[in-house]
Design a binder for this molecule. Sequence first.
Ligand code: SAM
Ligand code: DTB
Ligand code: SF4
Length: 336
Amino acid sequence: MNLAELQELHSLPFFDLISRARAVHEANFPAGKIQLCTLLSIKTGGCSEDCAYCTQSARYETDLENQRLLSKETVMASARAARANGSTRFCMGAAWRGVRGGTERFNQVVEIVKEVSSLGMEVCVTLGELGPNEAVTLKEAGVTAYNHNLDTSPEHYPNIVTSHTYEDRLRTIRNVQDAGMSVCCGGILGISETITDRLRMLEVISSFNPQPESVPINSLMPMPGTPLANNPQVDPFDLVRMIACARIAVPGAKVRLSAGRTRLSDETQALCFFAGANSIFYGDKLLTAENPEAGKDRELLAKLGLETLEPNPSLAAPETDHALPASPCCSTAGCC
Ligand code: SAM
Ligand code: DTB
Ligand code: SF4
């Protein structure tokens, strides 16, 4: 969908927008099913990058305790616990700018992925920048989806990150798609962006060919010591509007109501699920930040009559539409 179409959609009266999104949701997914994903930070802090929202950047004075790459045994214990608790997707995140083949850390991650993928859950990793060969190696090791967010519009991105570019992000996404992995790509609300920035991001994401398999929508968790520590909370109705627009713009993707749920009421989350969110991070920790307790989430899902979605570990990457140009491109003159 292009920006003008998204702007028209976003400015609909609230109930018209969420009704439209609901219809798209029901046409594409079983109603009343939510995917549970567990996140684990396998390497924490000390990152070279300067993403203004991130507590893991080495450039900011935060209270975060750095942690080297976890052992395979530690990761497996956490993955088994996640499966036992009902998660069907296990997502491992590392605070790196990227990974390079032939390095010890990449080999270690590949060994971890091989073992985690034997558990029958969907396996997602987010390790930063990837080249084409690294992407193929991860796919062969058993990764189902690679998370690499664009986070905001191409225009606002340089206000938030200067140590790498939007084009770097798009290149990695292309490498992931070429290797046959599914792409998980979304963004953050509350990082001093405008509504137009949010919709521009959706315009870019919806132009991917194939479209992403999942779209995480994070709300900024303001981290003390980072440049965005004092940013105000996102208006809950704006969050619901964004979820609805994502559902309509990327109809076949899981829309993941991601970081920031600790500050959302049950009622706001219910509206997000109505408007098309059908995946959450489950378990009381994200990468470094807090997430609602699992028991509280189970209670909420039960109250709403929502069930959990089965895993699809052999998840095929969505088909490329050959009638459309290869993605990704942000359609900014001179950008790609
Ligand atoms: N280093 C890798 C990268 O940048 O792609 C992977 C980890 S990074 C923490 C993954 C995503 O988490 C970011 O792209 C951003 O969308 C989200 N994120 C990080 N810090 C956040 C925060 N304080 N609040 C909300 N979302 C955040
Ligand atoms: C995504 O879009 N959100 C997750 C996952 N992908 C890796 C990460 C959220 C991080 C929230 C802040 C933290 O835990 O440090
Ligand atoms: Fe590093 Fe990723 Fe955090 Fe940016 S978002 S500082 S790349 S861990």
